[in-house]
Design a protein around this ligand. Structure first.
Ligand code: TRP
Length: 322
């Protein structure tokens, strides 16, 4: 069955190898058999901070990452280029209650980690805008990480309630969770662009080596794969496993008494080897390639959005007909 797949990323910095194994690799597989939309969620950047920051630079970086990994048969577009998403937001807001919005565990977590002094209205309503991201193209499959499940649930509720109250316009989408284990950062915390603990896709060989050299390990010399007892060492072994297609256990056995430094050498080599073609491709691209891709993707997404908004206005009885 052919699906309409929609997913996206907030442009807050270049993507890292955790993104790659967690979700980007999946998109490459999906794009040949399904209609895939990938969103640069630029309006979502201002949910947990006051300013969009270097939004253009970050948008270019994210799209270069997309193109470098091989997204080609995909509609790549930006929130800020599709005003119809905002027009869908309004009726969608009428379909959810304030207490439903306040209960969202991912929103609560983001509020706890936010750098803002006060919580904005967007923080509570962006999941509804995200429903518009998914439903404007009638997306029925949404590849995401676990943290996004509450937002997918909001989308499902909105689709169901719209269809019940007005007319059956929307599919009720499903989340598609990645099977790859979540990678940790090199400091043992969550791998994150903003924490300096992530290996960017675009990092050079030397930058990669320097980051891995600083990675946290433990005091035991002999290397073993024990995720519960030795999470930092296990994380490095997992990274090497993903990059080489081998099992982390086998790699642990090979490194053995070479210890943390032997392990780090092996991981560095594995990462640099695996990402070399992607990094080479990225260097061969120019900013104008990004502009071309976005111009085309935005136009295509907009056409679909205009059509869906029209259906919504018809279903709700606002439109005067053809
Ligand atoms: N909230 C997602 C994130 O932080 C990005 C996103 C925006 C998204 N709109 C989406 C993901 C729609 C899936 C579907 O990573």
């Amino acid at each position: 069955m052919r699906h309409t797949v929609l997913t996206g990323d907030r442009p807050t910095g270049p993507l890292h190898i955790g993104h790659y194994f967690g979700s980007l690799a999946n998109r490459i597989r999906l794009q040949d058999e399904h209609d895939v939309y990938v969103l640069v969620a630029d309006y979502q950047v201002i949910t947990d901070r006051d300013l969009p920051g270097e939004i253009k630079r970050n948008t270019v970086d994210v799209v270069l990452d997309y193109l470098a990994i091989g997204l080609s048969n995909t509609t790549i577009f930006q929130h800020s280029a599709i005003p119809e998403l905002n027009q869908l937001l309004l009726p969608f807001l009428s379909l959810v209650t304030v207490s439903e919005l306040q209960r969202n565990p991912t929103v609560k977590d983001e509020i706890a980690h936010s750098s803002q002094a006060a919580v904005s209205g967007l923080m509570f309503t962006y999941p509804v805008h995200q429903a518009a991201d998914i439903l404007f193209c009638k997306g029925d499959l949404v590849p995401v990480g676990k943290d996004q499940l509450p937002h997918i649930e909001v989308t499902r509720v909105i689709a169901r309630r719209f269809n019940e109250r007005y007319a059956p316009v929307f599919p009720v989408p499903d989340a598609l969770l990645s099977e790859t284990p979540l990678l940790n950062g090199l400091d043992g915390g969550k791998m994150s662009k903003s924490r300096g603990n992530a290996i960017a896709l675009k990092a050079t060989d030397d930058e990669t080596a320097a980051l891995i050299r600083r990675a946290v390990t433990d005091a035991e010399r002999h290397i073993t794969f024990e995720p519960e007892r030795r999470p930092e060492v296990a994380n490095l072994l997992t990274i090497a496993g993903l990059c080489t297609g081998r099992s982390p256990e086998a790699i642990a056995e090979e490194v053995g008494d070479a210890g943390a430094s032997g392990l780090k050498r092996l991981v560095t080599e594995a990462v640099n080897e695996f990402f070399r073609p992607i990094r080479d491709k990225r260097r061969s691209l120019a900013e104008t390639d990004v502009h071309d891709v976005l111009r085309e993707g935005n136009a295509r997404a907009r056409e679909v959005a205009v059509r869906t908004l029209d259906e919504v206005r018809q279903a709700m009885g606002y439109a005067f007909g053809p």
